[in-house]
Design a protein around this ligand. Sequence first.
Ligand code: MTE
Length: 343
Amino acid sequence: MTHNTRFTKGIKRQSAWDLADNQVTPEAVFKDRRNIVKALGLGALGASIPGYVQAGLFDFGNKSPSTFTTSPLKFAQPTAFAIPDPLTPESKVTRHNNFYEFGTSKQDPFDNAQGFNVNPWSLQIDGLVDKPITLDLDDLTKRFALEERRYRLRCVEAWSMVVPWVGFSLASLLKEAGVKSSATHVAFETLFDPDQMPGQKNRLMGGGIHYPYVEGLTLEEAMNPLAFLAIGLYGKTLPPQNGAPIRLVVPWKYGFKSIKSIVKIRVMDKQPPTSWNQLASHEYGFYANVNPEVDHPRWSQASERSIGEGGLFSAKRIPTQMFNGYGEQVAGLYKNLDLRKYY
Ligand code: MTE
């Protein structure tokens, strides 16, 4: 999930940008620019890093306030799928993001998305269903019984968090729409609104992705009780940088499957295209199940940095778990699949 793949065709180099992505980011460390230049060993190299990357490296210390309004939610306390891991602090969950529509550095979504207008919103569920549904902003918080799910989130870049999401299961929505027997897959689409999402206008800022961002699951995956539609985190509606007003959370898969700011869910009878796969199919597959035994072509997936625990280089490295620790719930889905081939 780096610029290199896209902008240096055919050249695989381990750059400072990779390092910055992977050796993420307790905020305090980023407050001292001199230390970070030294710590990353950039020195003279720092001068040769493109300006947009430098901006990304150094803007972690910004104290710009969040101006987007979030509202408290009523929900059932966590029961299903409770995990013992400590939660990642809210300040990290909302300031260390991947949302390329707002820029490619981790702080960009926070900095650039505060003016994001989600009202009105329209989420359409259609395709191979008995009863297409359109949900407006109000429906998202009122139509389904909300619950909290504390899930591990494992990014393909080898960092991870534990987030208390609020929302409802994807299955409950699909059941309401009534999935037809011919259906095999579910496709998801993010809002396309270049006036609000500057990365959709500017190819460099948007990381080369062909927008709108799209994702997909098999129908079985989508109906698994773990697959979740989050409308909030930490007890409040989602801030824009985390995918307001509604995003997918598929905790046993790499984070890029968890598509944000969804406007369309389409039930289909074939595998839909997915954004990262379209961009670099040899690096990002359709399945993208968290798997410590199948490395990314450019880095190991055997361990991950747990965000929010210690400094930049002491951020705790923990072993990556098969299916991100959710094997009991999902391993059965892949009994007959070669996970090396279908990565
Ligand atoms: N959805 C959209 N529309 N655009 C994106 O760039 N990034 C993905 C995913 N969903 C992304 C997206 C990636 S790579 C990750 S790791 C998660 O969002 C990050 O979610 P978070 O910022 O809430 O931690």
